[in-house]
Design a protein around this ligand. Structure first.
Ligand SMILES: [Zn+2]
Length: 310
């Protein structure tokens, strides 16, 4: 009888299957990697499983998805098992490609026109999720998060909502009314996806709110963007709004509405005044320091003279 000291690549691979079923992914990865080292096979299902396990804790890492995508594209088998699941290669390829686009798009920033383009790209991506995955749930989330609720369709609603929120951010500076309309559409998609859309509603209300600036009398629309509510002591005699359609203060008697221009002028001026006081204080401190230094130097030389005279 031959005592087997070393396991063959195939045996290692078979053992990795049991480990994956038991959820012992790190150990399974070791066995898979050893089987690849023995048998080659960087182009087979073992390499795909290693890439999958590497993805487990890096679900927002675009490179982890790229590694998996590369391994899937090099693999010939049309399907493979992973734990209790039988996974279709082409389905997982689609999921990887869509997810890579999603991570890249969502992590991109920008403002104005860039956000409009980002919003349009997100809409295209949303439609691709719906067309390519449809009712099917995302395999990766099922495997590693035990979550089967996220499907191509729910991703469609989710990404459409984000798309319109992004576009709202893009236009709110120039056109808060349009931004409120985009938020309204986004809220519809969120609600179809089983969410409340409350954050959208708050923005719709803020973007639609109009005031008369207490200081300059201009009409401004878009609270928090084009006008602010600032703390103030509004006595009852002053609190007589003659423009009920666009009030210049809320009812609390403790705030007034100020348009962005007036607000920024006041706060810039106050910054300048603070800066002037700060500079003055600093200057006086330096002058005092210089005086003290001079006095210390005088004392030191007196001491030195006194010692010489001994
Ligand atoms: Zn104003």
């Amino acid at each position: 009888m031959v005592f087997k000291l070393f396991k063959s690549g195939d045996e290692l691979y078979d053992e990795s299957k049991d480990l994956i079923k038991r959820g012992e992914y790190d150990k399974a990865r070791d066995y898979l990697q050893k089987s690849i080292d023995k048998e080659g096979g960087t182009d087979d299902v073992a390499a795909v499983k290693v890439a999958l396990i590497d993805l487990k804790d890096r679900l927002t890492n675009v490179n982890a998805y790229r590694n998996l995508l590369g391994a899937l594209q090099r693999m010939d088998d049309p399907s493979f098992d992973f734990g209790l699941l039988d996974i279709n290669r082409d389905d997982l390829i689609s999921e990887c490609e869509l997810t890579i686009r999603k991570i890249e798009l969502l992590s991109s920033g920008g403002s104005g026109q860039q956000l409009m383009q980002k919003g349009e790209a997100l809409q295209t991506l949303a439609q691709d999720f719906q067309a390519k995955l449809g009712e099917r749930n995302l395999i990766i989330l099922q495997l590693f998060r035990n979550d089967t609720t996220v499907t191509g369709n729910t991703e469609f609603y989710n990404l459409m909502a984000i798309a319109y929120e992004t576009m709202a951010d893009g236009v709110v500076w120039d056109n808060p009314t349009q931004a409120a309309e985009y938020q309204q559409i986004a809220m519809g998609y969120r609600q179809q996806n089983g969410q409340s859309g409350e954050a959208n509603l708050e923005r719709i209300q803020a973007y639609s709110r109009t005031c008369t600036c207490w200081l300059c009398g201009r009409i401004a629309t878009g609270e928090g963007i084009h006008f602010y509510s600032a703390p103030a002591d509004v006595s009852p005699a002053l609190d007589k709004d003659d423009k009920p359609t666009a009030r210049s203060s809320p009812d609390d008697g403790a705030h007034i509405y100020i348009c962005r221009a007036c607000y920024s002028a006041v706060s810039n001026r106050s910054d300048e005044i603070s800066q002037a006081y700060y500079n003055q204080a600093l200057q006086e401190m330096r002058a005092m320091e210089a005086r003290l230094q001079a006095e210390i130097a005088a004392l030191q030389s007196q001491i030195a003279f006194a010692r010489m005279g001994r």
